[in-house]
Design a binder for this molecule. Sequence first.
Ligand SMILES: [Mg+2]
Length: 407
Amino acid sequence: MKIEKAEVFVTCPDRNYVILKITTESGLVGIGDATLNGREIAVSAYLENHICPQLIGKDAKNIEDIWQLLYRGAYWRRGPVTMTAIAAVDVALWDIKGKAANMPIFDLLGGSSRDGLLVYGHATGKSIDQLIDEYHKHKEMGYRALRVQASIPGIERSYGVSKDKSSTYEPATKGAIPEEENWSTEKYLSYAPKIFDAIRNKFGFDDHLLHDAHHRLTPLEAAQLGKSVEDFKLFWLEDPTPAENQESFRMIRQHTTTPIAVGEIFNSIWDCKTLIEEQLVDYIRATVCHAGGITHLRRIADFASLYQIKMGAHGPSDISPAGMAAGLHLGMWIPNFGIQEFMGYSEKMLSVFNVNWTFEDGYLHPGFKPGLGVDFIEDEAAKYLISRSFTNSSLNRRDSLELVSWV
Ligand SMILES: [Mg+2]
């Protein structure tokens, strides 16, 4: 199973996606998501210039050995760009191995630990009334778990809430350059409990309720928020404070029993070592595509399982359908799985990625096709120009479909 070709594609069917395609001498093809939102070109350049040339001639069967080569051989270890690039290779190789074995990836990992993955969607409102409408719509779609976010009166922009009249949700890293925001922690801390109170009053306590503070708070403020919302029984409070200083979560833990989730920007096991060892959080949100692939996230999940910490992967639509599928396969196996974020994909996105997953009654299943179960449609991808996203405007002139082959 020698690797003959490694190609990188950049496309934008509503969101920018970077895809690595690996082809073996026998014609087996594997794909991996290399999308790092807001830094897409950095990962494609890392793959094209530093990784693809190393892959040619390697045996695609030896996933662990290739992972170690790319991690240790670079001398510069870790970091989101490196670990996203390694993840793309890793997932493409698992895709190939699954196709060679005629098995879905979750079977290669040890088989299913569950019938499907509990997922949570996003209910977002510019007011509590609009949030209640959105919540109701998502319940009708089948969701049993929802992240709720609403505009805070007196704050011009609230995280996750769109300023655009036509939509409610605002993804991170959308737009040419990052926007600056005015923020008031005082207003947020006094209003947030009212959001959960309104939802629990209207819909009761049967659904799982989640909320993202998006790194806005100090550890003490996060402890105050966690304590003030305990009666609403949140599934989790996400990203209460930045996690560069893992020890800072001790303060939150000492003051509240509200479950804590963190880690959507983690890229290695070292980012969560103290959080796990000291049981400072309840859920780790690292993803397959930003944390070194299936091979490395499996290692994080196993380590977390020793401390009764569960996995709850990040999964907005800036992770491509190929990246989502990889997370679903790993989630099927993970014994200490908690929940998966899933807000769905547009028709345009799904015209570029043929997926085989199914969504029913709030649960996702990756399907039973060999490998990843996702086909990347290159002709469709070629139609969509990369969109300026935290990048230099000159990149607007790049071709819609960037392609570098190493043979
Ligand atoms: Mg978050």
